[in-house]
Design a protein around this ligand. Structure first.
Ligand SMILES: [Zn+2]
Ligand SMILES: [Zn+2]
Length: 631
């Protein structure tokens, strides 16, 4: 049986294109169209064909050669190697038969594409295969390799998933936009386990599905109050990879969810890395993980990646657009257009409205906006971060003071985000000759940094340029990668800077180093990121002098905190109070309603009150489990 919508799409395509294009088939791959042709060159010669169809259908369009034109893999590979210039740095070539495409992973994808796409076109002319060019990281990444191979291995299954998704999005037309409801499932009046549900009469969409790593009593969002099976959710959108936004997602797949997950390309890869790491950390602590690696891999198959500002249909009555949030690589604010203009919602996710070394400025312009859900991690009146330059000066001073007296510096970092920002800062100290210490990077940071080098287009121009010139600051020789065998030796030595995950000392190598370094007053612990309520990091920050720990022999003992403990604000990937206010001032159009989330209870309340007084906008500070009718 052919769906009515597909028939209509075919009619539109046939009416747009002349007969010489020889269309043989049309498929829907999720929200995208694939057109098969017996005459691919006709599309190269008339580049406005694709633009015209994309405009008519309001969808991304992929052109593929009719299957009869595809030559054998081996033969095709040989030809491709002849066509592509040698200095492209090809790492891998493999074929996704289901999508009639050849994936070419290279250090310089620009050379694989060629001027005006000429090299790619030649590959298509000579082999029939459509080249999908992906960038190889500048240093090896096991996880990225694993992800890409997994997607390749299951490309047949992925195509089926995409087609089923398309049937759900376009299969039925719904005109009833009488109501829109938001339900808070986690991350309201707290930081951690962000999760919410947006519903209309016909559609259920979940935004984020995180865990709280800092507080074991309130670890997971309130999925148990959903009065329907999870497979009734139509789509899940993940704003960014941090575990408090993506850490519980594989659990939905464990429960049987098999629908799409929308996110950016870097978010897909980074969240996979962090989800695997989450399992790993729990297992090492002899705790039962809520899901297995199999569930993470299943999740990966269902990811549909979107670029910033690309409008995508995700349900019969909902369109999604992701916008740059400048928080971590691939982080986004989520715009939902509900019904034909019935309601527009923006969920900021975590965002930085201020300077970072890593990212371009966060987006503040939306076509339409009624409801804004805004984070408030640093939303209290006194949450004013120092100028970036002052923060960097202070970091340099504290490191140098410690190193000079023969101590070691421990900087616990989130392996994704703060780690790369601090790496750039430290690398800059070296280039200026201001620092002379060994720097060790431990934990997932190396992998996360490598993933950054695979997606330079998501980074600020200067960093982007260095990666493209194979001079990536993240993989500089300055930074020595530490493995678990090196840890004790590094801790017993002197004059080192150790950057280790996890960022809130809730597990992972940073905890190991803390145990080794804490009792010597020469050493220094520097916090550069947010410390969640209930986390070990928060306790040390507040000045406790003794910490009960489990020693290596399995016995409980008390760790004396003699080391210097410093908190250096100003490196945060979150907006401080002034930046939050500046964001609201610059945001266009002005929302009619603001909902505050993602902050300690008193901060969300105070910030909410401030917004409603200052901006005269209807503002609510929802609690978890509250539901609100938006329309
Ligand atoms: Zn975050
Ligand atoms: Zn967060």
């Amino acid at each position: 049986m052919e769906y009515e919508y597909l028939k209509k799409i075919k009619e539109t395509i046939n009416s747009c294109l002349p007969a010489e294009t020889q269309i043989t088939n049309v498929e829907m791959w999720g929200p995208e169209v694939a057109i098969y042709t017996k005459n691919p060159p006709s599309f190269f010669e008339n580049e406005n064909y694709v633009a015209k169809i994309a405009f008519e259908l309001k969808k991304r369009v992929n052109i593929r050669a009719d299957k009869s034109l595809l030559i054998e893999h081996d033969q095709a590979k040989e030809k491709i190697l002849e066509i592509i210039p040698e200095d492209a740095g090809i790492k891998e070539i493999y074929f996704n038969d289901a999508f009639s495409e050849v994936v070419i992973e290279a250090l310089k994808p620009g050379l694989v594409i060629g001027k005006g796409g000429e090299t790619s076109k030649q590959i298509s002319r000579d082999t029939g295969w459509t080249a999908m060019n992906i960038r190889a990281p500048t240093s090896d990444s096991e996880i990225l390799k694993g992800i890409r191979h997994h997607l390749h291995k299951y490309s047949g299954e992925r195509k089926k998933i995409l087609q089923e998704t398309a049937n759900k999005i376009y299969g039925e037309k719904i005109d009833d936009n009488s109501w829109v409801r938001l339900t808070a499932l986690g991350g309201f009046r707290e930081v951690g386990r962000s999760c919410m549900l947006v519903e209309t009469r016909s559609t259920k969409v979940m935004l984020d599905c995180g865990v709280n790593v800092a507080n074991p009593d309130e670890r997971f969002p309130y999925l148990d109050v959903l009065r329907f099976p999870v497979n009734e959710i139509d789509a899940i959108v993940i704003s960014h990879a941090h575990l408090d936004h993506s850490g519980f997602l594989p659990y939905l797949f464990k429960l049987g969810y098999r629908g799409p997950v929308y996110c950016t390309l870097p978010t897909r890869d980074l969240m996979t890395l962090l989800q695997f790491d989450y399992i790993d950390v729990l297992v090492k602590e002899r705790q039962e993980p809520p899901y297995s690696e199999r569930d993470v891999k299943e999740t990966l198959k269902h990811c549909i990646t979107r670029d910033y500002r690309e409008v995508t249909d995700i349900a019969p009555d909902m369109r999604l657009t992701l916008h740059n949030a400048a928080h971590i690589l691939g982080s986004s604010s989520v715009h939902l257009h509900i019904g034909e203009g019935a309601h527009n919602l923006v969920y900021t996710g975590d965002f930085k409205f201020g300077f970072t070394r890593l990212f371009n400025n966060a987006d503040v312009r939306y076509p339409r906006l009624e409801t804004l859900i805004i984070e408030s991690t640093y939303g209290a009146r006194d949450d004013i971060q120092p100028q970036r330059q002052d923060a960097e000066d202070r970091l340099l001073r504290v490191i140098n003071e410690t190193v000079k007296q023969g101590g070691n510096v421990l900087i616990p970092v989130f392996s994704v985000g703060r780690a790369q920002e601090i790496l750039l800062v430290i690398e800059n100290f070296y280039r200026n000759g201001q620092l002379d210490a060994k720097v060790y990077v431990d934990g997932m940071t190396k992998e996360a940094s490598a993933i950054h080098t695979a997606y330079p287009e998501y980074l600020r121009k200067g960093v982007q340029r260095r990666i493209l010139q194979n001079d990536s600051p993240f993989t500089s020789d300055l930074f020595q990668v530490a493995t678990w065998q090196d840890r004790d030796k590094i801790a017993e030595g002197e004059g080192s800077i150790i950057m280790a995950s996890s960022g809130m000392l809730t597990g992972g190598p940073s905890v190991h180093y803390l145990h080794k370094l804490a009792e010597d007053s020469k050493n220094c612990l520097i916090f550069v990121g947010y410390q969640g309520e209930g986390s070990t990091g928060r306790k040390l920050q507040s000045g406790i002098k003794k910490l009960p720990i489990t020693a290596e022999n399995g016995r409980a003992r008390e760790l004396k905190i003699n080391m210097r403990v410093e908190t250096i604000e100003g490196f945060s990937g979150h907006s401080d109070r002034a930046q939050l206010v500046a964001y609201l001032r610059n945001l266009k159009p002005k929302p009619k309603r603001v909902l505050v989330d993602h902050g300690d209870k008193y901060k969300t309340l105070e910030f909410g009150k401030f917004i409603s007084n200052k901006f005269k906008i209807n503002t609510s500070v929802m609690r978890n489990l509250d539901a609100l009718r938006l329309r």
